[in-house]
Design a protein around this ligand. Structure first.
Ligand code: DGL
Length: 249
């Protein structure tokens, strides 16, 4: 069974991409809602949370793990958790980015991801990278902020880079695909004709290539705290599995 980990519901965007490629994959998904959002936390806390998340998934029977959270990637990579049985976001993202080599890319990510400079090393000069931290966006999406509020956050941050010449806007947080339509509209206003890039399919492709996806297509949801918005997101995307949800105590 494959385990998926995120601070909350963001990793569901990666689960969607995996299911699209491999509907037969058996998955246990853990959302650490109790500690969300991760992106404004210190590196030392993130090490602890990432280790705990991976341990929780193994406890639930995951033999292979997709760490569907960009914010913990530096800790998954640097603490040796990335073995043959762990896939994180940034390396598959970099493989996908080869198609856009030489492009001008705006990385949208959490403050912790930007601070870690993980995407600078992952992309390694392949693209012209501009990094922009979004302090509130992942939390707003996680806890069900109204679209107007999400638009306001995106617009305010994009205005700080008004008319910057760009080719691509890269979604460096797994929560952001849930606000993709807003990001796309606001990016067009601020930067003109840019393309939105989501690494979820590159991660799914790597999952398909490296992990055992030949199961019966079951999904089990686990969370460290109950959340109506998390449940709603599951209901929208994976309605037949909502009843599998268990809250850890
Ligand atoms: N979805 C996560 C990421 O990809 C974490 C966002 C957060 O909890 O701040 O970075």
């Amino acid at each position: 069974m494959i385990g998926l980990f995120d601070s909350g519901s963001g990793g569901l965007s990666v689960l969607q991409a995996i299911r699209k490629r491999k509907p037969t994959a058996d998955v246990v998904y853990f959302g650490d809602i109790k500690h969300a959002p991760y992106g404004t936390r210190e590196a030392s806390e993130l090490v602890h949370l990432a280790t705990g998340g991976l341990r929780t998934l193994r406890m639930f029977g995951a033999q292979e793990i997709v760490s569907a959270c960009n914010t913990v990637s530096p800790h998954v990579l640097s603490h040796g958790a990335e073995g043959a049985d762990v896939i994180e976001m940034t390396r598959p993202a970099a493989r996908g980015m080869r198609h856009y080599a030489g492009g001008r890319v705006l990385l949208m990510a959490t403050p912790a991801t930007v601070k870690s400079r993980i995407y600078e090393s992952a992309f390694g000069g392949m693209v012209i990278l501009h990094q922009h931290p979004f302090v509130e966006l992942a939390g707003a999406i996680e806890f069900g902020a109204h679209d107007d509020k999400i638009r306001d956050i995106v617009r305010t941050e994009f205005q700080k880079r008004w008319r910057q010449p760009l080719d691509y806007v890269f979604l460096g947080c797994t929560h952001y695909p849930f606000a993709r339509h807003i990001i796309e509209e606001e990016a067009r206003v601020a930067f003109g004709n840019v393309e939105i890039l989501d690494p979820a399919d590159s991660v799914a492709e790597e999952t398909e290539r490296r992990f055992d996806t030949a199961g019966s297509g079951s999904i089990y949801f686990r969370a460290s705290q109950d959340s109506e918005h998390f449940r709603r997101r599951i209901r929208e995307l994976f309605p037949e599995y909502e009843d599998t949800m268990k809250i850890l105590v």
